[in-house]
Design a protein around this ligand. Structure first.
Ligand SMILES: Nc1ncnc2c1ncn2[C@@H]1O[C@H](COP(=O)(O)OP(=O)(O)OP(=O)(O)O)[C@@H](O)[C@H]1O
Length: 349
């Protein structure tokens, strides 16, 4: 059974549509990331799942139980969900142990103490039990927040940008740690972010949101290599569009010569655009016998520790390309560009 199902969910603020006919499924024990640009409706979707707003259009099911539709509205405390936000939302006047124990009602004192001890061990904060939130680092505060959210064994965890206040140096360690914690507790989760790096590191599947809808849901690899729309392609990573015409099931004609696809497509004689990412481009020393359209000028270069990254203008669009081993170029130098065979992303006009 799915842990969460949103069916045809819509929501308006003062008559302005924010979520429109949104469908989403989260499987048992799955971490799904709602990913999208600022203002696309991610937090509003999370609030509708939590019951912090009343979405009358569409249905919300948690663990198979209808919790919201036009006739039904279950308050947040009856939805069996845990929540975690970017501002930690810990009670400042309570110790770490008391923060974790806060939601544990209907339990004997002994059971409460046992559960708090288990959670402190899980989040590696046993020695901080008697400290207050202001005596902890941001990462430690988020560990307390996750311990508190998981303490009463919710079936679904909702996380709204929980890592955005964490120093970038420790952010990805914390992400890996919180993912481990969630996985050991066998709870499903919906995680909201606008950072694709965080989404890649934290989620099992991504649901890219655009203008209040899910544009595409799948693993990060599926979305990266086979985006169903330009919006998803662009959101998952930088690239350029090249005018293209389909020649065969695996070949596309462009101004840069024939581009070969590693997979067979069923596009027939269509014209459209290829979305080409930097790692599909190869810069090689200028070859005078090459087609002039394949010649580009290095605009500038930047050393990134292990190699150089060159900015070039291709078909009127700037793109940064990592240097191939053994080649180095100067600013204003003319180089030849090649498009290597890859899993082509073609969008018909
Ligand atoms: N209480 C509100 N009243 C009116 N409009 C709102 C309210 N809350 C959010 N909005 C608007 O709804 C739209 C979606 O907001 P939401 O917070 O869901 O987006 P988001 O994708 O989570 O954005 P961000 O990544 O910036 O947090 C935005 O245009 C926002 O201005």
């Amino acid at each position: 059974m799915s842990s969460l199902v949103l069916e045809n969910l819509s929501y308006q603020y003062n008559g302005t549509s924010v979520i429109e006919h949104l469908d989403l499924t989260v499987a048992q024990d799955e971490i799904v990331c709602l990913l999208g640009a600022s203002g696309c409706g991610k937090t509003t979707t999370l609030k509708a799942i939590a019951g912090l707003i009343e979405a009358k259009q569409g249905k919300v099911f948690i663990d198979g139980k209808l919790v919201s539709d036009e006739h039904t509205f279950l308050a947040p405390e009856y939805r069996n969900i845990g929540m975690m936000f970017q501002d930690y939302a810990l009670f400042p006047h309570l110790t770490v142990a008391d923060n974790i124990a806060f939601g544990l009602t209907n339990m004997t004192k002994a059971d409460k103490l046992k559960r708090v001890a288990e959670m402190l061990e899980l989040v590696h904060l046993i020695n901080c039990a008697e400290r207050f939130p202001h005596q902890l680092s941001g990462g430690q505060q988020q560990r307390v927040a996750i311990a508190r959210a998981l303490a009463y064994k919710p079936s679904l965890l909702l996380l709204d940008e929980p890592f955005s206040n964490i120093d970038t140096q420790v952010r990805f360690e914390l992400i890996a740690d919180i993912r481990r914690i969630i996985k050991t507790q066998q709870v499903s989760a919906v995680f909201v972010t606008h950072s694709k790096e965080e989404a890649f590191a934290f989620a099992d599947t991504l649901a890219v949101m655009h203008c209040g809808k899910i544009a595409q849901q799948g693993t990060s690899e599926q979305l990266f290599s086979a985006p169903s729309s330009k919006v998803v392609a662009e959101f998952l990573g930088q690239g350029i569009y090249l005018d293209a015409e389909v020649l065969t099931a695996t070949e596309y004609h462009t101004a840069f010569g024939c581009v070969e696809s590693l997979v067979t497509h069923r596009h027939v004689k269509q014209v459209g655009k290829l979305y080409v990412r930097p790692h599909h481009l190869e810069l090689i020393p200028f070859q005078s016998q090459g087609c002039s359209a394949n010649t580009v000028t290095i605009l500038n270069s930047r050393f990134v520790g292990s190699h150089f990254v060159y900015k070039v203008m291709v078909d009127g669009q700037e793109i940064e390309v990592a240097a191939q081993l053994g080649h180095s170029f100067l600013a204003n130098e003319q180089v030849t560009i090649k498009i290597t065979p890859h899993t082509v992303n073609f969008f018909a006009d």
